[in-house]
Design a protein around this ligand. Sequence first.
Ligand code: AMP
Ligand code: ZN
Length: 471
Amino acid sequence: MGLKLYDTLTREVRDIFPMDKSSVRFYACGPTVYGPAHVGNFRTFVMQDVFRRVLETSGQSTLHVRNLTDVDDKTIRQSQEEGIKLEDFTAKWTTRFQNDCGLLNLMAPHVEPSAVSHIPEQIILIERLIEKDKAYQAKDGSVYFRVEAFAEYGRLSRLADREITTSDNVREISDEYDRDSAADFALWKARKSEDGENFWDSPWGEGRPGWHIECSAMSMKYLGDSFDLHSGGVDLIFPHHENEIAQSESVTGKTFARHWFHVAHLMVEGQKMSKSLGNLYTLSDLAEKGYQPQEIRYLLLSGNYRQSLNFTFDSLGAARKAISKLTDFASKIDFEYASGSSLKDDFGPFYPVQEALLSDLNTPEALGRLFRLVRELTEAWNRGEFKDESDKVKSLRNGFQSCLDALGLVVKSKSKETIEIPLNIQDLAEKRWQAKVNKSWGEADQLRDELLSLGWIVKDGKEGFELAKSD
Ligand code: AMP
Ligand code: ZN
């Protein structure tokens, strides 16, 4: 049985399979790197991670691309307010984001492209749209996509049913722009004084790309004109993903993404957790209150991704108890958590957990089944049913590991001597891992030496690293 997942475009639960018969190629809209990501953002990133983990623990390889939005109104405005060059400003928040991802045990994407590093690719797409008369340059020098030239516009978000007009295209609206139709959205924004030094040359003069074209260019560059799945939080359905479909399909004439996966919001007292509402919590806010990243990850998994989830400290408390029960079970079966191992389809007695995950990523059901099995297997263990049966014990431990791998939870046995890793050491090691992922070998070596001088050795596995004391 393979993964079945709800598709926003067709409103159906559909099979996930790789169109090239090899890897499931998928794109995740990444963070806007202008401040720390909050745990609402991480609900979406954690569910994208679970999507990948569930595929990989069922033997399906993946190609995961997640971008960094490092040029848009917000990054430019904020970097200028702080008087820092855009690239230095976004580098700082990118590192913070990647560290937080490491703490939450998110698998690093195979490719993590940034918008600023892909300006030529975006310009080429815009040129092709103009050639096809799907886009035009307006009097203000900006280039707009002609929405009426794409008959399918609005299919993803059911625009016609929702009785909203395309002028809800808020992230693009600005009175200074001079469009043929209010619905048209910017592909290229002509340079304005408030952009400061943040502009690039183009056939239409100096300016910068619009947000939507960034994701079309980066996804198609690394995944091809057509790929298996595209994803983000539900707020991205309109206009961002609608616009991505329109501009990409207008260029290629092919289906852009075959499947659309959207995660409902994390809420606080009935409102979406968001920076603009000021009701957010970051990982470090919660760390200051004594909560561990694994407890936060557990909380984010505790609701079905198709329904909004309320963030409360009671549910964080419940997550803490749940993790502690799993730790007790790990200790009972003398379980050794294998980090950095490649993910395996070895659920054994825990097969019902995998089944729930394959059924539209039903994480609350999977967790419910995990706890039922943990209770039953603990009782069986206490009755002596696992005594001297090495194969049975092995399959129990492997099955537990597969569950943790699929959910991305890290649970270690208490009986093993656990080494406390100081936060600054963990941070340095995360930074080094990211430098390696980004192929910044010099920086990675320097960080390894720094860790060594602080008394820690890093050992690399395929999916991550381990830290050990050097003495
Ligand atoms: P941003 O950094 O604003 O571009 O958002 C990064 C990702 O987080 C996008 O996929 C958003 O849709 C998602 N997101 C933003 N707020 C929330 C929330 N409260 N709950 C779940 N996902 C969110
Ligand atoms: Zn995007």
